[in-house]
Design a binder for this molecule. Structure first.
Ligand SMILES: Cc1ncc(COP(=O)(O)O)c(C=O)c1O
Length: 355
């Protein structure tokens, strides 16, 4: 990192740590004591501050609320076996954040603001990193447009914030998923590859409908034919077909997941053939029926590696093999966890040791 930035530190008068129940951590509901804020105006980022977590005053006219200029990221800090604190591949999230920013006509965040903001926030809230197995501190960068102006144009001012939330596994059981054939998450030429608020907003109604029908997640298909698999609502999708790791290729409608990329690299190193390509719904259904599809899982920072137990398509349910018998996803999940928690060598240099 280049120059050390001037970050104002304002400590919370009282920590909430002692009144937080670390055995009850629903995802994203418990926030650490502090947050990091930076403001963009006149072409520069300034007012860098770590301050007590809490409401940020704003005008109801800010353009993020009206026209949706809002982007975010998600990564995790882990407490390693030797006491080190490590953030997993934050540079990938930094790069993706700025790709999202460019697509949404928002300013890029300088790398030192992103990285030093994380380091400063983790330093002050390190005791919020859980030490239970499978737990971590989820880091949520977010940027939103703050011009109080109702004209439709890119805002001139923005707020960047970093929030952290201690977290355990997002899903506790194998997933029951529905292949969505009516609604779409993203369209060619749109913003599907960006981690922007609207992608999630448009998915909420179809997701709620699926939950009512008893599903945990949706599998999104392409918006033109609904014949090709894209990704899940909060994770990329990976299948094992004929012994090969097969995953939909990243395109303008699919988020380029850090976990997906990590798993591809681990699989290749383990000698498992990898195919990144279009995958049809037909191929998946036939693979389940004829037994050539032996594993299927969701891969994401929050979702981690979660097996898919059941897929529903056009009202028919297809049950996959017992997750307990799946060696590929279990092996990859273990290797990934061991690297993150410092239990296996970090040969790819993925861990950013903050402390
Ligand atoms: C839509 C979507 N796809 C994929 C992912 C997985 O990406 P990553 O592995 O970078 O967390 C996420 C979540 O983070 C997501 O929201």
């Amino acid at each position: 990192m280049n120059e050390t930035l001037d970050i104002t530190i304002t400590k919370a008068a009282q920590s909430r740590l002692t009144v937080t129940d670390f055995s009850q951590l629903p995802f994203g509901k418990v926030f650490s004591d502090h947050m990091f804020i930076a403001e963009y105006d006149n072409g520069t980022w300034s007012n860098l501050e770590v301050m007590p977590y809490g409401p940020i005053p704003m005008s109801p006219a800010i353009s993020a609320l009206h026209y949706g200029q809002a982007i975010f990221e998600g990564m995790k800090a882990y407490r390693q076996a030797n006491g080190n604190i490590s953030v997993f591949r934050p540079e990938k999230n930094f790069e993706r954040f700025n790709k999202s920013a460019a697509r949404m006509s928002m300013p890029e965040i300088p790398k030192e603001v992103f990285m030093q903001g994380i380091a400063a926030l983790i330093d002050i809230d390190k005791n919020w990193i859980p030490d239970q197995d499978g737990y971590s501190l989820y880091i949520r960068p977010v940027m939103y447009a703050t011009d109080p102006y109702l004209g439709v144009k890119a805002s001139d001012t923005y707020t960047f914030a970093l929030l952290t939330t201690p977290t355990g596994p997002y899903y506790s059981n194998a997933l029951k998923v529905k292949i969505e054939t009516e609604y779409t998450r993203a369209d060619d030429g749109g913003v599907g590859f960006a981690k922007t608020a609207g992608n999630y907003a448009r998915s909420l109604h179809p997701f709620a409908e699926a939950v009512k029908e008893g599903f945990d997640q949706l599998i999104w298909t392409d918006s033109v034919t609904h014949e090709y698999i894209e990704e899940a609502g909060t994770a990329n999708l990976i299948f094992v077909i004929d012994g090969k790791l097969v995953t939909p290729s990243v395109r303008s409608t699919v988020l380029d997941g850090v976990t997906r990329d990590t798993i591809i690299q681990l699989a290749k190193k383990a000698g498992i053939p990898v195919e990144e390509r279009r995958i049809s719904v037909k191929e998946v259904i036939e693979g389940i029926e004829n037994g050539s599809l032996t594993d299927a899982f969701a891969a994401g920072t929050a979702a981690t590696v979660t097996p898919i137990g059941e897929i529903s398509y056009l009202g028919k349910r297809y049950v996959l093999s017992d997750p307990a018998t799946r060696t590929v996803s279990a092996g990859i999940a273990k290797t990934l966890n061991d690297i993150r928690y410092g239990l296996a060598p970090d040969e790819f240099g993925w861990n950013w040791i903050v402390q």
